[in-house]
Design a protein around this ligand. Structure first.
Ligand code: S3P
Length: 434
């Protein structure tokens, strides 16, 4: 599916949806299960391309993994059980895979080479390779280790106290994974709180992790004990329906089993502040909190979004920009420079593609300014291979007059393989031509 033509919906969006498993948590479940001793099972795994890349990397490192749709079984033999791969580890489009793999491989006494797709080749790796070098890991890569291909030979890792310049869970997690294998203690402090799935899941695997404010501490030479993991629905995937339900007239959507970890719920806070009819009902709280979220068509108002909330909604900014285009007044998004180094430069792609649909939107250095009250008209737009841009444009097409053609629509499979099927079920009258 290279190209997809969508028409606007005739009616509102109504129904109950279960979104696929959380991408961040699915990656970690496979990674931690692969370096633990014993059999780990994962239920609710996201069978999206990114998480399949993680499975592929660990199979190349000698781990026995069986995966059938959303169920995964991993037979781990600890970090010592990993073997030198005979092939390059290819992470595809997945930034989380490559950055966390550097941490996993920090103390393995063998050589590995990592590459990814064209998007990965443009994304900075120094934020992880630099602190890992400080810990004693031998890493070489293009442009001083900042870009793929990167090769790594682990060994003799020592703990560090690292103050990260970016609020990034990928950086924090990579250093913690290296720290687990290090001599001494590792401490990571970040400028704002990023998602804490690593800290929560390491505890579930029997690791001692201390968290105090923005600082995480763990002692080295700890091993992981296999366990059974249940992955909640991905709030970043639910976000597309939350915004669709709020902006498409006559809609009411119920989203069940959504992960509502407080480090990820910025989208709920923003929709509430914009005046959305949104209701969150807690279902469960074990390793990760889970809720049912209901959204109804709402009159939204523009707001200012910046500061510490940014890491809590970083992946939702493309769809928040669409919500803002339907609000009354102006929305300003700032402190979000990180968007420039995601799967695409998401400030530029959001602005370019929404402009083609008739939205009045301007890029700023660290965010964007969106003028509300836009009426959208169909046009040819492009995801540029970025899954979240592809899904945001599909939701936009529900509102646009006439036909919208989305180029590179297949990219949604990175995090939401059945997105278009669910869209067709929910949105009556939406036609799809490939
Ligand atoms: C992720 C962390 C975030 C996020 C990405 C997934 C993770 O990236 O944007 O989609 O699973 O750790 P950063 O750590 O670079 O902010």
């Amino acid at each position: 599916m290279e190209k997809l033509v969508l028409t606007s919906t005739r009616t509102g969006l109504n129904g109950t949806i279960t979104v696929p498993g959380d991408k961040s948590i699915s990656h970690r479940a496979v990674m931690f299960g692969s370096i633990a001793k014993g059999k780990t099972t994962v239920q609710g795994f996201l069978p999206g391309e990114d998480c399949l890349s993680t499975i592929d990397c660990f199979r190349k490192l000698g781990v026995k993994i069986t995966q059938k749709e959303s169920f995964v079984e991993i037979e781990g033999d600890g970090l010592e059980g990993l073997i030198e791969p005979t092939d390059i580890l290819n992470v595809g489009n997945s930034g989380t895979t490559i950055r966390l793999m550097f941490g996993v491989l920090a103390n393995t006494p063998f050589h590995s080479c990592l590459i990814g797709d064209d998007s990965i080749a443009k994304r900075p790796m120094k934020r992880v390779t630099e602190p890992l070098r400080e810990m004693g890991v031998a890493i070489e890569g293009r442009q001083g280790g900042n870009y793929t291909p990167v090769s790594i030979r682990g060994g003799n890792v020592i703990g560090i106290h690292y103050t990260s310049p970016v609020a990034s869970a990928q950086v924090k997690s990579a250093i913690l994974l290296a720290g687990l294998q290090a001599e001494g203690e590792t401490i990571v402090t970040e400028p704002a709180k990023s998602r804490d799935h690593t800290e929560r899941m390491l505890r579930a695997f029997g690791v001692d992790v201390e968290v105090e404010g923005l600082t995480v501490t763990l002692k080295g030479k700890q091993s992981l004990r296999a366990t059974d993991i249940v992955v909640p629905g991905d709030i970043s995937s639910a976000a597309f329906w939350l915004v669709a339900g709020a902006v498409v007239p006559n809609s009411r959507l119920v989203l069940e089993g959504v992960g509502v970890n407080p480090t990820r719920t910025g989208i709920i806070d923003v929709l509430e502040q914009m005046g959305a009819n949104i209701h969150v009902e807690m279902e469960d709280e074990e390793v990760e909190p889970i809720a049912t979220i209901t959204i109804e068509t709402s009159s939204l108002r523009g707001i200012e979004i910046g500061g510490d909330i940014i890491p809590r909604l970083i992946d939702e900014i493309p769809i928040i920009a669409l919500a803002a285009s339907q609000a009354e007044g102006v929305t300003i998004i700032k402190d979000a420079k990180e968007l420039r180094v995601k799967e695409t430069d998401r400030i530029q792609t959001v602005v370019d593609e929404l402009t083609k649909l008739g939205v009045h939107i301007e890029a700023t250095e660290d965010g964007m300014k969106i003028y509300g009250g836009s009426s959208l008209s169909g046009n040819t737009v492009n995801s540029y291979g970025d899954h979240r841009i592809g899904m945001m444009l599909a939701i936009a097409s529900l509102l646009a007059k006439g036909e919208t053609t989305i180029e590179q629509a297949h990219s949604v499979a990175v995090s939401y393989p059945n997105f278009f099927e669910q869209l067709k079920e929910l949105a009556e009258g939406v036609k799809e031509n490939e």
